[in-house]
Design a protein around this ligand. Structure first.
Ligand code: ZN
Length: 187
């Protein structure tokens, strides 16, 4: 599914992903917290989430009738905002239902743990597709390089790369050299 969504944006496997473009593709407007002040969000609330306790809240997919919007915490680093939006798009693409939506609470109250894992997995595949991770692992890219190329944090790069690095290492052990010759090729 992530591959199809990337293809819809004309992305090759090694192209970086723009979560805002995919939101737009799905007709989902993305609002920052400060942009909601004019819709009645108090400056006290704004200040709480963007300054006092900035890490407490990242983003949410919000149903407005049949429409969907994403509200994001713009005080986070750009790489984190990108993965936050991708995660919310994951919930949307996977059609996670909005039963028991509790606004302002953490995600675990909105979606169950399994759905959280699925949304995070989807975000990973959107931002760093498997084929790209595979190639970079075989080529020995470190997290810093992966993060810079795909606009993600180093922790996020680690999350997407670790499985492929294990595979690359196994291949290297088996064949006795670091870079396998039959490494996956990209267009
Ligand atoms: Zn979530």
């Amino acid at each position: 599914m992530a591959q199809e969504e990337r293809t819809a944006l004309d992305l090759k496997p090694n192209d970086p992903f723009d979560p805002y473009a995919l939101a737009d593709e799905h007709g989902i407007d993305v609002y920052t917290l400060s942009s909601l002040v004019e819709f009645g969000v108090s400056t006290e609330v704004l200040n709480h989430f963007t300054a006092l306790d900035s890490s407490a809240w990242s983003a949410a997919l919000v149903p407005l009738g049949t429409a969907r919007v994403i509200v994001e915490n713009e005080s986070h680093a750009a790489v984190r905002r990108r993965s936050n939006i991708a995660h919310e798009l994951g919930h949307h693409l996977l059609e996670h239902s909005f039963d028991n939506v509790v606004f302002g609470e953490d995600h675990k109250r909105q979606f169950n743990e399994e759905q959280e894992k699925q949304a995070t997995f989807m975000a990973g595949e959107l931002l760093i597709p498997l084929t790209a991770a595979e190639r970079m692992a075989f080529d020995g890219w470190d997290n810093t390089r992966v993060a810079a190329a795909y606009g993600v944090s180093e922790q996020f790069a680690q999350m997407q790369m670790k499985g492929q690095r294990v595979r690359a290492q196994r291949a290297a052990n088996k064949y006795g050299f670091q870079h396998a010759t039959r490494r996956p090729r990209l267009e």
